[in-house]
Ligand binder design. Structure first.
Ligand code: ZNH
Length: 147
């Protein structure tokens, strides 16, 4: 089980109370699809991911980015049992979606980068430490049902 200091808890709850899901979700998922192009294979049903200028821009990706970012809410609400909070989502990604679990870490890094760009100076080393620790717990939980 992951242990959290009061400081880490307050950083995490602060981040989520100010989270701009509609901005960060689409940006983080789009970034993941650009930086790690092999992750595009899971979204073949989303249509053309790039616009006429060759920029990643797709309404389905944007909507899905928001949904995925909201997927972190259950971790935030279950800080003391993140491992079990993702059982059903882990099974879905493993058995139905067949998403390679290595990709969870890649997306989580993109979420960190987009959040850092948005928060600017407020994204201190302590904030990064707590947030990455939180994401690592989620990533590990999402990988739990892979056999
Ligand atoms: Zn995922 C889906 C979350 C990652 C791919 N996802 C999903 C959902 C959610 C999530 C919540 C919805 C479900 C239902 O509907 O029920 N994810 C998530 C999270 C994460 C993720 C939290 C991390 C952090 N995913 C991911 C990745 C990928 C994916 C990395 C790839 C690459 N997902 C996916 C898909 C889907 C999902 C494909 C399905 C979509 C549709 O709808 O079609």
């Amino acid at each position: 089980m992951v242990e959290w200091t009061d400081k880490e808890r307050s950083i995490i709850s602060d981040i989520f109370s100010h989270m701009d899901y509609d901005d960060i979700g689409p940006k983080a998922l789009s970034r993941c699809l650009v930086v790690y192009p092999w992750t595009q294979r899971y979204f073949s049903g989303f249509g053309n991911l790039y616009n006429a200028e060759g920029i990643m821009s797709n309404a389905n990706v944007a909507a899905h980015g928001i949904k995925v970012l909201h997927g972190l809410d259950r971790g935030m609400k279950n800080m003391d049992n993140i491992a079990d909070a993702y059982t059903d989502l882990s099974t879905l990604h493993s058995e139905k979606l067949h998403v390679d679990p290595d990709n969870f870490k890649l997306l989580s890094d993109c979420i960190t980068i987009v959040l850092a760009a948005k928060m600017g100076h407020a994204f201190t080393a302590e904030t990064q430490g707590a947030f990455q620790k939180f994401l690592a717990a989620v990533v590990s939980a999402l990988g739990k049902q892979y056999h």
